[in-house]
Write a protein that binds this ligand. Structure first.
Ligand SMILES: *Cc1c(COP(=O)(O)O)cnc(C)c1O
Ligand code: SF4
Length: 361
Protein backbone atom coordinates (compact mmCIF):
# COMPACT_ATOMS: atom_id res chain seq x y z
CA UNK A 1 0.00 0.00 0.00
CA UNK A 2 1.09 3.52 -0.73
CA UNK A 3 2.29 5.33 2.32
CA UNK A 4 2.16 9.10 1.85
CA UNK A 5 4.57 11.29 3.78
CA UNK A 6 3.12 12.51 7.10
CA UNK A 7 3.23 16.13 5.92
CA UNK A 8 1.30 15.43 2.74
CA UNK A 9 -1.34 13.39 4.54
CA UNK A 10 -2.27 16.24 6.89
CA UNK A 11 -5.92 16.90 6.05
CA UNK A 12 -6.87 20.46 5.29
CA UNK A 13 -9.98 21.15 7.31
CA UNK A 14 -12.83 22.04 4.97
CA UNK A 15 -14.23 25.42 5.84
CA UNK A 16 -17.61 27.10 5.85
CA UNK A 17 -18.30 29.08 2.70
CA UNK A 18 -19.55 32.55 3.58
CA UNK A 19 -18.95 34.71 0.51
CA UNK A 20 -20.00 34.62 -3.16
CA UNK A 21 -16.32 34.36 -4.14
CA UNK A 22 -15.94 31.24 -1.97
CA UNK A 23 -19.07 29.68 -3.51
CA UNK A 24 -17.70 30.32 -6.99
CA UNK A 25 -14.26 29.03 -6.06
CA UNK A 26 -15.90 25.84 -4.80
CA UNK A 27 -17.64 25.64 -8.20
CA UNK A 28 -21.09 25.83 -6.58
CA UNK A 29 -22.02 28.79 -8.79
CA UNK A 30 -20.62 29.90 -12.18
CA UNK A 31 -18.23 32.91 -12.19
CA UNK A 32 -20.64 34.94 -14.37
CA UNK A 33 -23.09 35.05 -11.45
CA UNK A 34 -20.63 36.89 -9.15
CA UNK A 35 -22.36 40.29 -9.39
CA UNK A 36 -25.79 38.74 -8.77
CA UNK A 37 -24.55 36.80 -5.75
CA UNK A 38 -22.75 39.86 -4.36
CA UNK A 39 -25.93 41.95 -4.63
CA UNK A 40 -27.91 39.37 -2.64
CA UNK A 41 -25.10 38.81 -0.12
CA UNK A 42 -25.02 42.56 0.59
CA UNK A 43 -28.60 42.21 1.86
CA UNK A 44 -28.85 38.67 3.35
CA UNK A 45 -26.27 36.47 5.08
CA UNK A 46 -24.60 33.68 3.11
CA UNK A 47 -23.33 30.53 4.80
CA UNK A 48 -22.82 26.95 3.79
CA UNK A 49 -21.09 24.08 5.59
CA UNK A 50 -18.83 21.49 3.93
CA UNK A 51 -21.36 18.76 4.83
CA UNK A 52 -24.13 20.40 2.80
CA UNK A 53 -21.84 21.74 0.05
CA UNK A 54 -20.65 18.16 -0.45
CA UNK A 55 -24.22 17.06 -1.20
CA UNK A 56 -24.73 19.50 -4.06
CA UNK A 57 -24.68 18.19 -7.59
CA UNK A 58 -22.67 20.76 -9.47
CA UNK A 59 -23.95 19.66 -12.88
CA UNK A 60 -27.61 20.14 -11.91
CA UNK A 61 -28.80 23.78 -11.97
CA UNK A 62 -32.02 22.74 -10.18
CA UNK A 63 -30.29 20.75 -7.44
CA UNK A 64 -32.63 20.83 -4.40
CA UNK A 65 -29.77 21.24 -1.92
CA UNK A 66 -28.03 24.02 -3.88
CA UNK A 67 -31.33 25.90 -4.32
CA UNK A 68 -31.70 26.18 -0.54
CA UNK A 69 -28.33 27.89 0.01
CA UNK A 70 -27.00 29.55 -3.16
CA UNK A 71 -28.21 33.18 -3.36
CA UNK A 72 -30.62 34.10 -6.15
CA UNK A 73 -31.53 37.56 -7.53
CA UNK A 74 -35.22 36.84 -6.91
CA UNK A 75 -34.50 37.28 -3.18
CA UNK A 76 -34.28 41.01 -3.83
CA UNK A 77 -37.82 41.17 -5.23
CA UNK A 78 -40.06 42.17 -2.37
CA UNK A 79 -43.84 41.76 -2.58
CA UNK A 80 -46.05 44.40 -0.88
CA UNK A 81 -47.52 41.68 1.40
CA UNK A 82 -44.10 40.53 2.58
CA UNK A 83 -42.83 41.82 5.93
CA UNK A 84 -39.68 41.74 8.04
CA UNK A 85 -41.66 40.11 10.85
CA UNK A 86 -43.94 37.71 8.93
CA UNK A 87 -45.28 35.75 11.91
CA UNK A 88 -45.70 38.79 14.15
CA UNK A 89 -43.10 38.00 16.83
CA UNK A 90 -42.47 41.64 17.75
CA UNK A 91 -45.99 42.32 18.99
CA UNK A 92 -45.75 39.38 21.40
CA UNK A 93 -42.31 40.08 22.82
CA UNK A 94 -42.56 41.28 26.46
CA UNK A 95 -38.76 40.99 27.00
CA UNK A 96 -35.94 41.23 24.47
CA UNK A 97 -35.39 37.90 22.69
CA UNK A 98 -38.50 36.25 24.14
CA UNK A 99 -41.83 35.69 22.33
CA UNK A 100 -44.93 34.72 24.32
CA UNK A 101 -47.79 33.92 21.97
CA UNK A 102 -49.37 30.83 23.56
CA UNK A 103 -50.09 30.76 27.30
CA UNK A 104 -48.07 27.64 28.15
CA UNK A 105 -44.94 28.18 26.05
CA UNK A 106 -42.42 30.84 25.10
CA UNK A 107 -39.71 31.17 22.48
CA UNK A 108 -36.28 32.44 23.45
CA UNK A 109 -34.05 33.55 20.58
CA UNK A 110 -30.66 32.76 22.08
CA UNK A 111 -28.45 33.49 19.09
CA UNK A 112 -28.80 35.33 15.81
CA UNK A 113 -26.34 33.21 13.84
CA UNK A 114 -26.70 29.91 11.97
CA UNK A 115 -24.28 27.35 10.58
CA UNK A 116 -25.98 27.72 7.21
CA UNK A 117 -28.22 30.49 5.87
CA UNK A 118 -31.34 29.18 4.16
CA UNK A 119 -32.45 31.43 1.31
CA UNK A 120 -36.14 31.15 2.36
CA UNK A 121 -35.58 31.87 6.07
CA UNK A 122 -38.61 33.51 7.73
CA UNK A 123 -36.34 35.39 10.15
CA UNK A 124 -33.93 36.51 7.43
CA UNK A 125 -34.18 40.19 8.35
CA UNK A 126 -33.12 39.50 11.93
CA UNK A 127 -30.27 37.00 11.63
CA UNK A 128 -26.75 36.87 10.24
CA UNK A 129 -23.16 37.24 11.41
CA UNK A 130 -23.61 40.94 12.23
CA UNK A 131 -26.68 40.45 14.42
CA UNK A 132 -26.40 40.39 18.18
CA UNK A 133 -27.19 37.31 20.23
CA UNK A 134 -28.73 37.57 23.71
CA UNK A 135 -26.24 38.92 26.22
CA UNK A 136 -25.94 37.34 29.68
CA UNK A 137 -28.06 40.08 31.23
CA UNK A 138 -30.69 39.81 28.48
CA UNK A 139 -30.87 36.05 29.04
CA UNK A 140 -31.20 36.69 32.78
CA UNK A 141 -34.14 39.02 32.08
CA UNK A 142 -35.80 36.36 29.88
CA UNK A 143 -35.24 33.81 32.65
CA UNK A 144 -36.86 36.15 35.18
CA UNK A 145 -39.89 36.44 32.91
CA UNK A 146 -40.13 32.64 32.66
CA UNK A 147 -39.79 32.31 36.44
CA UNK A 148 -42.51 34.86 37.07
CA UNK A 149 -45.02 33.22 34.69
CA UNK A 150 -46.15 29.96 36.23
CA UNK A 151 -48.21 29.04 33.15
CA UNK A 152 -45.02 28.51 31.12
CA UNK A 153 -44.66 24.76 30.75
CA UNK A 154 -42.32 24.70 27.73
CA UNK A 155 -39.43 26.88 26.61
CA UNK A 156 -38.46 26.76 22.94
CA UNK A 157 -34.84 27.75 22.28
CA UNK A 158 -34.35 29.12 18.81
CA UNK A 159 -32.57 31.90 16.92
CA UNK A 160 -30.75 31.65 14.60
CA UNK A 161 -29.52 28.19 15.44
CA UNK A 162 -28.94 27.76 19.19
CA UNK A 163 -26.87 24.58 18.75
CA UNK A 164 -24.12 26.78 17.28
CA UNK A 165 -23.38 27.55 20.97
CA UNK A 166 -20.71 25.55 22.75
CA UNK A 167 -21.80 22.60 24.93
CA UNK A 168 -20.76 24.70 27.93
CA UNK A 169 -23.14 27.54 27.02
CA UNK A 170 -25.90 25.05 26.11
CA UNK A 171 -25.54 23.40 29.54
CA UNK A 172 -25.71 26.79 31.28
CA UNK A 173 -28.98 27.69 29.53
CA UNK A 174 -30.40 24.20 30.07
CA UNK A 175 -29.61 24.13 33.78
CA UNK A 176 -30.91 27.66 34.34
CA UNK A 177 -34.24 26.84 32.67
CA UNK A 178 -34.52 23.39 34.25
CA UNK A 179 -34.09 25.13 37.60
CA UNK A 180 -37.53 26.71 37.14
CA UNK A 181 -40.01 24.33 38.70
CA UNK A 182 -42.92 24.87 36.30
CA UNK A 183 -40.78 24.52 33.15
CA UNK A 184 -41.20 20.87 32.26
CA UNK A 185 -40.12 20.79 28.63
CA UNK A 186 -37.24 22.35 26.73
CA UNK A 187 -37.23 22.35 22.95
CA UNK A 188 -34.25 23.29 20.75
CA UNK A 189 -34.85 24.19 17.11
CA UNK A 190 -31.82 23.45 14.95
CA UNK A 191 -30.43 22.56 11.56
CA UNK A 192 -27.05 21.47 12.93
CA UNK A 193 -27.47 17.64 12.77
CA UNK A 194 -27.75 17.97 8.97
CA UNK A 195 -25.66 21.13 8.48
CA UNK A 196 -22.67 20.19 10.63
CA UNK A 197 -23.29 16.70 12.04
CA UNK A 198 -19.78 16.33 13.47
CA UNK A 199 -20.48 19.27 15.78
CA UNK A 200 -23.39 17.42 17.37
CA UNK A 201 -21.09 15.51 19.71
CA UNK A 202 -21.89 13.25 22.64
CA UNK A 203 -20.76 16.17 24.84
CA UNK A 204 -23.34 18.43 23.21
CA UNK A 205 -26.03 15.76 23.64
CA UNK A 206 -25.15 15.49 27.36
CA UNK A 207 -25.25 19.28 27.70
CA UNK A 208 -28.83 19.29 26.38
CA UNK A 209 -30.03 16.80 28.96
CA UNK A 210 -31.86 17.92 32.09
CA UNK A 211 -33.01 15.84 35.05
CA UNK A 212 -36.76 15.20 35.22
CA UNK A 213 -37.34 17.34 32.16
CA UNK A 214 -38.32 16.31 28.67
CA UNK A 215 -35.88 17.77 26.16
CA UNK A 216 -36.95 17.88 22.54
CA UNK A 217 -34.71 18.64 19.56
CA UNK A 218 -36.67 19.86 16.52
CA UNK A 219 -34.54 19.15 13.46
CA UNK A 220 -35.06 21.32 10.38
CA UNK A 221 -34.44 19.52 7.05
CA UNK A 222 -36.25 19.80 3.73
CA UNK A 223 -34.91 17.16 1.41
CA UNK A 224 -34.20 13.45 2.01
CA UNK A 225 -30.59 13.82 0.79
CA UNK A 226 -29.85 16.03 3.81
CA UNK A 227 -30.25 12.97 6.05
CA UNK A 228 -26.85 11.44 5.34
CA UNK A 229 -25.13 8.69 7.34
CA UNK A 230 -23.34 11.41 9.31
CA UNK A 231 -26.65 13.16 10.05
CA UNK A 232 -28.13 9.83 11.19
CA UNK A 233 -25.18 9.33 13.53
CA UNK A 234 -25.68 12.84 14.96
CA UNK A 235 -29.38 12.09 15.58
CA UNK A 236 -28.46 8.80 17.24
CA UNK A 237 -26.09 10.61 19.62
CA UNK A 238 -29.00 12.83 20.70
CA UNK A 239 -31.42 9.90 21.06
CA UNK A 240 -28.81 8.00 23.10
CA UNK A 241 -29.01 10.73 25.74
CA UNK A 242 -32.77 10.31 26.02
CA UNK A 243 -33.71 13.36 23.96
CA UNK A 244 -36.91 13.34 21.89
CA UNK A 245 -36.38 14.20 18.23
CA UNK A 246 -39.06 15.78 16.04
CA UNK A 247 -38.82 17.28 12.55
CA UNK A 248 -39.64 20.57 10.91
CA UNK A 249 -39.68 21.17 7.17
CA UNK A 250 -40.82 23.99 4.97
CA UNK A 251 -42.83 23.22 1.84
CA UNK A 252 -40.56 24.68 -0.86
CA UNK A 253 -41.15 24.95 -4.59
CA UNK A 254 -38.49 23.03 -6.48
CA UNK A 255 -37.15 21.35 -3.34
CA UNK A 256 -39.87 19.15 -1.87
CA UNK A 257 -43.20 20.08 -3.51
CA UNK A 258 -43.81 16.60 -4.90
CA UNK A 259 -45.15 13.53 -3.16
CA UNK A 260 -42.16 11.26 -3.81
CA UNK A 261 -39.71 13.72 -2.22
CA UNK A 262 -41.94 14.34 0.81
CA UNK A 263 -42.53 10.60 1.21
CA UNK A 264 -38.76 9.94 1.13
CA UNK A 265 -38.09 12.87 3.49
CA UNK A 266 -40.58 11.70 6.12
CA UNK A 267 -39.32 8.11 5.95
CA UNK A 268 -35.72 9.38 6.24
CA UNK A 269 -36.65 11.29 9.41
CA UNK A 270 -38.25 8.22 10.99
CA UNK A 271 -35.26 6.06 10.01
CA UNK A 272 -32.98 8.56 11.77
CA UNK A 273 -35.11 8.37 14.92
CA UNK A 274 -36.94 11.64 14.26
CA UNK A 275 -40.76 11.89 14.50
CA UNK A 276 -42.16 14.05 11.66
CA UNK A 277 -43.82 17.00 13.35
CA UNK A 278 -44.49 20.00 11.12
CA UNK A 279 -44.55 20.70 7.42
CA UNK A 280 -44.70 24.50 7.35
CA UNK A 281 -46.45 26.47 4.67
CA UNK A 282 -43.90 29.14 3.66
CA UNK A 283 -44.15 32.43 5.55
CA UNK A 284 -44.40 35.82 3.84
CA UNK A 285 -40.76 36.76 4.40
CA UNK A 286 -39.19 39.31 2.02
CA UNK A 287 -37.98 37.96 -1.31
CA UNK A 288 -39.42 34.46 -0.90
CA UNK A 289 -42.25 34.49 -3.49
CA UNK A 290 -40.33 32.09 -5.76
CA UNK A 291 -40.44 29.46 -2.99
CA UNK A 292 -44.17 29.54 -2.41
CA UNK A 293 -46.60 26.73 -3.16
CA UNK A 294 -50.42 27.23 -3.15
CA UNK A 295 -52.22 25.96 -0.02
CA UNK A 296 -54.43 23.75 -2.23
CA UNK A 297 -51.31 22.05 -3.61
CA UNK A 298 -49.96 21.54 -0.08
CA UNK A 299 -53.26 19.92 0.91
CA UNK A 300 -53.22 17.68 -2.14
CA UNK A 301 -49.68 16.57 -1.26
CA UNK A 302 -50.78 15.84 2.32
CA UNK A 303 -53.68 13.67 1.07
CA UNK A 304 -51.32 11.70 -1.14
CA UNK A 305 -48.87 11.28 1.74
CA UNK A 306 -51.63 10.10 4.06
CA UNK A 307 -52.53 7.38 1.55
CA UNK A 308 -48.92 6.15 1.42
CA UNK A 309 -47.28 6.75 4.78
CA UNK A 310 -47.45 5.15 8.18
CA UNK A 311 -49.04 7.41 10.77
CA UNK A 312 -45.67 7.49 12.52
CA UNK A 313 -44.22 9.23 9.44
CA UNK A 314 -47.01 11.81 8.96
CA UNK A 315 -46.29 15.48 9.72
CA UNK A 316 -48.97 18.10 10.34
CA UNK A 317 -49.24 20.76 7.63
CA UNK A 318 -49.31 24.14 9.40
CA UNK A 319 -49.67 27.79 8.53
CA UNK A 320 -48.44 30.57 10.78
CA UNK A 321 -51.21 33.13 10.36
CA UNK A 322 -49.58 36.47 9.40
CA UNK A 323 -49.76 39.12 12.07
CA UNK A 324 -48.95 36.82 14.97
CA UNK A 325 -52.27 34.97 15.20
CA UNK A 326 -50.56 31.63 15.70
CA UNK A 327 -49.95 28.33 13.95
CA UNK A 328 -52.87 26.28 12.74
CA UNK A 329 -53.17 22.94 10.92
CA UNK A 330 -54.41 23.67 7.40
CA UNK A 331 -55.61 20.28 6.38
CA UNK A 332 -56.72 18.73 4.26
CA UNK A 333 -59.84 18.07 6.27
CA UNK A 334 -61.16 14.56 5.64
CA UNK A 335 -64.51 15.02 7.36
CA UNK A 336 -67.21 17.69 6.98
CA UNK A 337 -70.81 18.15 8.14
CA UNK A 338 -73.41 17.62 5.43
CA UNK A 339 -75.83 20.18 6.89
CA UNK A 340 -78.38 17.49 7.81
CA UNK A 341 -76.76 16.32 11.04
CA UNK A 342 -74.47 13.81 9.35
CA UNK A 343 -70.78 13.81 8.44
CA UNK A 344 -69.23 13.08 5.06
CA UNK A 345 -65.84 11.42 5.45
CA UNK A 346 -63.30 10.87 2.65
CA UNK A 347 -61.25 7.68 2.64
CA UNK A 348 -57.56 7.48 1.56
CA UNK A 349 -58.63 6.60 -2.01
CA UNK A 350 -60.84 9.70 -2.22
CA UNK A 351 -64.24 7.97 -1.93
CA UNK A 352 -66.83 9.59 0.35
CA UNK A 353 -68.85 7.89 3.08
CA UNK A 354 -71.56 8.98 5.50
CA UNK A 355 -70.63 8.88 9.16
CA UNK A 356 -73.14 9.35 12.00
CA UNK A 357 -72.40 10.19 15.61
CA UNK A 358 -73.86 7.29 17.56
CA UNK A 359 -74.18 8.59 21.09
CA UNK A 360 -75.75 7.26 24.26
CA UNK A 361 -79.10 8.93 24.95
C1 LIG B 1 -44.12 28.22 16.65
C2 LIG B 1 -44.15 28.85 17.96
C3 LIG B 1 -44.22 28.07 19.14
C4 LIG B 1 -44.30 26.58 19.11
O1 LIG B 1 -45.51 26.17 18.57
P1 LIG B 1 -45.91 24.63 18.54
O2 LIG B 1 -47.16 24.60 17.76
O3 LIG B 1 -46.06 24.21 19.97
O4 LIG B 1 -44.78 23.89 17.88
C5 LIG B 1 -44.25 28.71 20.34
N1 LIG B 1 -44.21 30.06 20.42
C6 LIG B 1 -44.14 30.83 19.32
C7 LIG B 1 -44.10 32.29 19.49
C8 LIG B 1 -44.11 30.25 18.06
O5 LIG B 1 -44.03 31.02 16.96
S1 SF4 C 1 -31.24 27.58 10.02
FE1 SF4 C 1 -33.29 28.39 10.54
S2 SF4 C 1 -32.94 30.47 11.34
FE2 SF4 C 1 -31.06 29.81 10.24
S3 SF4 C 1 -31.28 30.57 8.15
FE3 SF4 C 1 -32.10 28.48 8.16
S4 SF4 C 1 -34.30 28.74 8.54
FE4 SF4 C 1 -33.30 30.67 9.14
Amino acid sequence: MRNPSPLRSLPTKPRRLTTPAALIEARLAPPERLAELEAVAARYAVGLTPALAGLMRRDDPADPIARQFIPDARELVRGPWETDDPIGDDAKSPVKGLVHRYPDRVLIKLVAVCAVYCRFCFRRERIGPGSASLSDSEFAAALDYVRANRAIWEVVLTGGDPLTLSPRRIALATQALAGVDHVRTLRWHTRLPVAEPERVTAAMARALRADRRTVVVALHANHPRELTAAAHAACRRLVAQGLMLVSQSVLLKGVNDDVDTLDALMRAFVEAGVKPYYLHHGDLAPGTAHWRVPIARGQELMSSLRARLSGVAMPTYVLDIPGGRGKVPVGPQSIRPDGAGRHIVTDPQGAEHVYLDRLAD
